[in-house]
Design a protein around this ligand. Structure first.
Ligand SMILES: [Fe+2]
Length: 151
């Protein structure tokens, strides 16, 4: 399953929109390798997708925490349940099962719904905070969080 990114999925926070888009790119690459049957490339992209998605969640949680988002706990629970689903699929993959299509479909369905509801809910508060935060400070925050959460 492939997905075309459009700006209706944007929540108006550049760094987060960029990360969401990158997750969708990984999902689309899984589709490519599924078509071509390149198993080694598939293993690589699957590992990157899982790793990147988990880093993205941690990054997003830190951002929500920093602006004092009231519903952080609920949002984290949503991420938690998804983290468990990803880990279960990853474990099956590691045992040699072919889970790529299942993973990409689940992720795509979940991600788009999550972006359109949960992420849209925290976005206004972050955007408001950004208006009063100097650009250099924003850049420093993003750099530090990127170093901290993305390997
Ligand atoms: Fe989220």
């Amino acid at each position: 399953m492939k997905m075309q990114w459009t700006d209706e999925y944007e929540i108006g926070i550049g760094v987060i929109d960029g990360q969401h888009q990158r997750i969708v790119e990984y999902i689309n690459r899984i589709d490519d390798f599924e078509q071509s049957g390149d198993q080694e490339a598939m293993n690589d992209v699957l590992a990157s997708l899982v790793d990147y998605t988990l880093s993205h969640f941690a990054f997003e949680e830190a951002l929500m925490e920093d602006v004092g988002y009231q519903e952080l706990a609920e949002h984290k629970l949503t991420h938690d349940s998804f983290r468990r689903q990803i880990e279960r699929l990853k474990a099956r993959h590691d045992q040699g099962e072919k889970v790529a299509v299942e993973l990409s479909e689940m992720l795509l369905t979940w991600l788009l719904k999550h972006i359109m509801t949960d992420d849209q809910s925290y976005a206004p508060q972050v955007r408001k905070q950004l208006l009063t935060t100097p650009m250099q400070e924003q850049k420093n925050w993003v750099r530090r969080a990127t170093e901290r959460f993305f390997s």
